[in-house]
Ligand binder design. Structure first.
Ligand SMILES: *Cc1c(COP(=O)(O)O)cnc(C)c1O
Length: 499
């Protein structure tokens, strides 16, 4: 299996190279040249496997330059029983009728990012051994809140790696911030930036592709890589849980082998839902992929009209991990859906960076709409959904998951399409205790600090508090740096102790 770039399809790299490098030199994203196909019998046979075996069955097809021992080492190291609070790793839970929730937040940082970022450091170190000639890998991360912590936790004290995380100073929840600023480990650093996630992500992408900076690192025997979902190694672990959810639905008797399901994904950078698209292309019977946004609904507009326009107000919402106006992984979808038209993708991405917008042909958006539906939820919708689902079904969802649940309810009301459905749940409600508790209490926010808020939410709802969040209370703050986005490159050098 070889990989190419969305902006230059003459490129051919192995999976190890794609993962170690993170992003292609000309700024494109690595994508597989072709997708493996699974028959429905092969998928149904995965239903009797534990998560780690399901993972190996899918990953084996993509990481063809990894040996079976390497694959086993990576997967068994990542999805360990002492790191995930559910033995199923990513359990599918029935809420009501055909409405099922895929809980992706049982890992060590309580967000779905763990599903990929527990595995990525293993994939990265094995890949670096194959391709990076002993260089130290410097992972640069821009985070809207959850990636940062999950990447820090995954890479902490991993040999021959350093990790630097940038987060928007006012753009993360108090719990997300505490998780990052208290991070332990010898090879980690965290810095806030005056700006939003898009500013952080754009600055990180330009640092990656800056020839002078790369040269400076090379002289120190270092190289950059990415733990954001621009890295193929972030996406490939996410494909697994769509197979796994389908298997769970079989095991729960909700469907028979071959029946179609719908999938709903609370979306920001378009990585999670894109993994669902890959799963569908590989043979998982998914009818529609429903893209759910919060008030930053740039993707809803794109999927409805074919025009992507980031020139709009940016909202800071209660679902901060989706406060994104530049969705990086849409680039990969455009590449696949346009018949691998790298010239078109390059020109669309140039328009996006120059003018903040682009429009695709009617033919192309038509093809996309045959697979994707979209909707968005307001802040009031999110609160009402958290409350109604707790009151009616005793199911407590976080703010991001509530966006998806609301968009799904709207989709069913509009289309009548209520086939068995899987809704991705991307974070523990305790990462956003204040917003969730306020919603459950019908709009009253108690005057409490973050940890008392957690306790109160537990008292009111009875939902279990994840141990990794409870233990933060006793941790020391280690990182209080703040910088301007223009100064991020200098900050990188200073954090690496080089100039
Ligand atoms: C990152 C994140 C999302 C958005 O996922 P993308 O892959 O960026 O679309 C949604 N919810 C939560 C809780 C997240 O951390």
């Amino acid at each position: 299996m070889l990989y190419t770039s969305t902006r230059d399809k003459s490129i051919r790299v192995s999976s190890a190279q794609a993962i170690a490098q993170g992003i292609s030199d000309e700024g494109g994203l690595f994508v597989p040249c072709e997708l493996p196909e699974f028959s429905i019998d092969k998928i149904a046979a995965m239903a009797s496997m534990p998560y780690t075996e399901r993972a190996k069955t899918v990953l084996r097809e993509f990481l063809t330059d990894f040996t079976e021992e390497e694959l086993e080492y990576c997967v068994s190291g990542a999805y360990r029983a002492d790191k995930f609070s559910s033995p199923a790793i990513a359990p599918t839970v029935n809420v009501d009728g055909n409405k099922n929730i895929l809980e992706l937040w049982h890992g060590p940082t309580c967000a779905f990012k763990d599903m990929a970022l527990q595995l990525l450091p293993y994939l990265m170190t094995v890949s670096a051994k194959k391709t990076a000639e002993g260089k130290e890998i410097v992972i640069l991360v821009a985070t809207s809140g959850d990636t940062g912590k999950a990447a820090l936790e995954g890479f902490k004290d991993v040999d021959k790696t350093r990790i630097l995380v940038f987060y928007p100073v006012d753009g993360v929840s108090p719990m997300q911030k505490l998780q990052m600023t208290t991070q332990e480990g010898k090879n980690v650093a965290v810095c806030a930036i005056n700006g939003n996630f898009d500013d952080a992500q754009s600055a990180v992408k330009s640092i990656f592709t800056d020839a002078d900076i790369k040269q400076t690192l090379a002289e120190k025997n270092m190289m950059f890589s990415s733990a954001n979902s621009i890295n193929w190694g972030r996406l490939v672990p996410q494909i697994v849980y769509y197979f796994s959810a389908y298997c769970d639905m079989l095991n729960m008797g909700k469907i028979s082998a071959g029946d179609e399901i719908n999938v709903v994904v609370p979306t920001g950078n378009f990585g999670n839902i894109l993994a669902g698209y890959y799963a569908k292309q590989m043979g998982v019977p998914i009818k529609k992929l429903i893209c759910a946004s919060n008030s930053n609904n740039v993707l809803t507009d794109f999927l409805k009209t074919g025009m992507y326009n980031r020139n709009r107000d940016f909202y800071t919402t209660t679902s901060p991990s989706m406060d994104i106006l530049i969705s990086s992984n849409l680039e990969r979808l455009l590449y696949h859906m346009s018949g691998e038209d790298d010239k078109l993708v390059s020109s669309l991405m140039s328009s996006l960076s120059a003018d903040g917008k682009y429009t695709v042909s009617e033919e192309l958006i038509g093809k996309i709409q045959a697979v994707f539906d979209a909707g968005f939820a307001s802040e009031a919708d999110v609160d009402a959904t958290i409350k109604s689902h707790f009151d009616k079904y005793n199911y407590l969802c976080d703010t991001h998951t509530a966006v998806a649940v609301k968009v799904y309810d709207d989709y069913v009301a509009a289309t009548g399409d209520d086939i068995p459905t899987v809704i991705d749940s991307t974070a523990s409600p305790y990462k956003f205790s204040k917003s969730v508790l306020t919603a459950v209490l019908g709009g009253n926010t108690p005057e409490l600090d973050e940890f008392d808020m957690v306790e109160e939410l537990n008292k009111v709802t009875g939902a279990a508090v994840p141990a990794p969040l409870a233990s933060l209370k006793s941790k020391q703050i280690r990182f209080e740096n703040v910088c301007n986005k223009e100064d991020m490159a200098d900050m990188v050098f200073s954090l690496l102790n080089i100039n």
